[in-house]
Ligand binder design. Structure first.
Ligand SMILES: [Zn+2]
Length: 375
C-alpha cells in the first residue's frame, strides 16, 4: 500500500481526543499483525468514562519484555475540527500538499512508519524494533504517561512523530500550569478599612511573579528561543461588583521550563514570594493548585540517533517549544528525538496539511533508521 493511501485511510478514521481511539487502534493493530509484529494493547478508561488504548507492536523476540533498540512513537488522537470543514476526514491533494485533520499532526508520521516497516525484511533485523501508538496526546500526553508509568517497554532510542518539517528536535521546554487563588474579605467599598481586597493582594503577587520572570532570564540554554524559562499569567478573574471589595481573585500561571530546571523550581520561587507577602500582611491568604507539570527533555547532541538524523536529513538538530511525549520516552530509558513531516504552524488549524515530498522523505528516513539501529 502506498504511504498516501495509508494516510487517506488513517485520516478517514475520526480520532479526535474526546472519542474512543479503539477504531484507529484496530486498524493499526491489523496492519502491524499483517507484518508479523507482536501486538499488545494497553487499554484504560479516561476521566469521561471513554475507553482509550495504547498499542505497542514489536518484532518477535524470545523475552516477553525486552529492551527495544528503536521505538517509533506516534499519537493516534487529533484535535477537534470545525464542522464547516466538510473534508476534514477526506484526504485531499492540492499543489503537492495533502489536506485533512491529522494529516500533519500526526497521521503523516504514522503512515510513514507503517510504510517503512512494509519495506523491511524483519528476518534480517538482529535487534528489536517497536511501533508505539498512543492515546490522548493532544490533551496532555496522557497515553504516553501511562506507558511510562506502567514501564510497558524500555527502549534505547525513540523517534517521536510530530510535525517538525523533518528537522530532528533533540530538546524541548517543559510545560507547567498552576491555578492560584488569593482571598480577601468582602466589604462595602466606601469602607475599605473593614475589608481586604483580594485583587490588590493578587496584584502584589503578580508583580512578584513578573520579577521572578526577570530573574529566570539569568539561567540560559542557548539552543532555545527565547533561551530561558518563560512565565505567563494568561487568565485572571476576581471580584463581584464595582462597589464591593473583592473577596477572591483567581489567576492561571503557566511556565515553560528549560531543560535542567525541575518543573517545581518555579513553584518553589512562587511559594517563597507568597511567604514574603505573608510576612508583610499577616492576613494574606493564597492557595496554589499545580495542575500540570510536564518535564522538559534534552537528548545529548552527540547521541548516535541525533547524529544519524542530522546526517540523513542534512540539517542540524533543533529544539521545540511545544509539549511532546518525549519526556515519557526518556523515562522509559530512551534517547528521544521529536521528528516528522509537516509544519507545526499549520497543525491544529482548519486546512492542516503535509507536503507530499516530506511524507515520502520520511518513509525513506525511517527505513534507514530501522536499518541503522536494528541491524
Ligand atoms: Zn502532535
Amino acid at each position: 500500500m502506498t504511504v498516501q493511501e495509508t494516510l487517506r485511510q488513517l485520516v478517514a478514521i475520526d480520532s479526535v481526543s474526546s472519542r474512543s481511539n479503539a477504531e484507529i487502534i484496530s486498524y493499526l493493530a491489523a496492519r502491524c499483525e499483517a507484518r508479523g509484529l507482536n501486538v499488545k494493547r494497553f487499554p484504560y478508561i479516561d476521566d469521561k468514562g471513554v475507553e482509550k488504548i495504547n498499542l505497542v507492536a514489536q518484532t518477535s523476540v524470545s523475552h516477553p519484555n525486552p529492551a527495544l533498540d528503536l521505538a517509533l512513537v506516534g499519537h493516534t488522537d487529533t484535535v477537534p475540527y470545525d464542522p464547516d470543514w466538510t473534508d476534514a476526514l477526506k484526504l485531499t491533494e492540492r499543489d503537492g500538499k495533502l489536506f485533512g485533520r491529522g494529516a500533519c499532526d500526526t497521521k503523516a508520521f504514522i503512515s510513514a512508519a507503517l510504510t517503512a516497516i512494509e519495506n523491511i525484511d524483519f528476518a534480517r533485523l538482529k535487534k528489536p524494533l517497536a511501533l508505539a501508538f498512543t492515546a490522548d496526546e493532544e490533551i496532555g500526553c496522557l497515553g504516553a504517561k501511562r506507558l511510562a508509568d506502567g514501564r510497558s517497554f524500555t527502549a534505547r532510542y525513540a523517534i517521536l512523530g510530530e510535525p517538525t518539517s523533518l528537522q530532528p528536535m533533540r530538546a524541548g521546554k517543559g510545560y507547567c500550569l498552576a491555578e492560584i487563588t488569593v482571598r480577601g474579605r468582602e466589604a462595602h467599598s466606601a469602607y475599605p478599612q473593614i475589608g481586604a481586597s483580594a485583587i490588590f493582594r493578587a496584584a502584589r503577587l503578580i508583580e512578584r511573579i513578573e520579577q521572578i520572570a526577570e530573574q529566570l532570564k539569568a539561567d540560559q540554554r542557548a539552543a532555545f528561543d527565547p533561551p530561558y524559562t518563560t512565565l505567563n499569567v494568561g487568565l485572571i478573574q476576581g471580584g463581584s461588583a464595582k462597589n464591593i471589595i473583592a473577596g477572591e481573585c483567581r489567576f492561571t500561571l503557566e511556565w515553560r521550563a528549560i531543560p535542567g530546571q525541575k518543573s517545581d523550581y518555579v513553584l518553589d520561587l512562587i511559594n517563597q514570594a507568597i511567604r514574603d507577602l505573608e510576612k508583610q500582611d499577616m492576613d494574606f491568604v493564597c492557595e496554589i493548585k499545580a495542575s500540570r507539570a510536564d518535564d522538559s527533555f534534552e537528548t545529548r547532541a552527540d547521541s548516535e540517533l541525533v547524529q544519524f538524523l542530522e546526517e540523513t536529513c542534512g540539517r542540524p538538530s533543533g529544539t521545540v517549544a511545544f509539549g511532546t511525549e518525549a519526556p515519557s520516552m526518556i523515562e522509559l530509558g530512551a534517547e528521544a528525538i521529536v521528528f516528522g513531516p509537516g509544519d507545526i504552524r499549520v497543525a491544529h488549524r482548519t486546512g492542516e496539511f503535509v507536503p507530499f515530498d516530506q511524507l515520502n522523505n520520511c518513509v525513506r528516513i525511517l527505513s534507514n533508521a530501522i536499518e541503522r539501529f536494528c541491524s
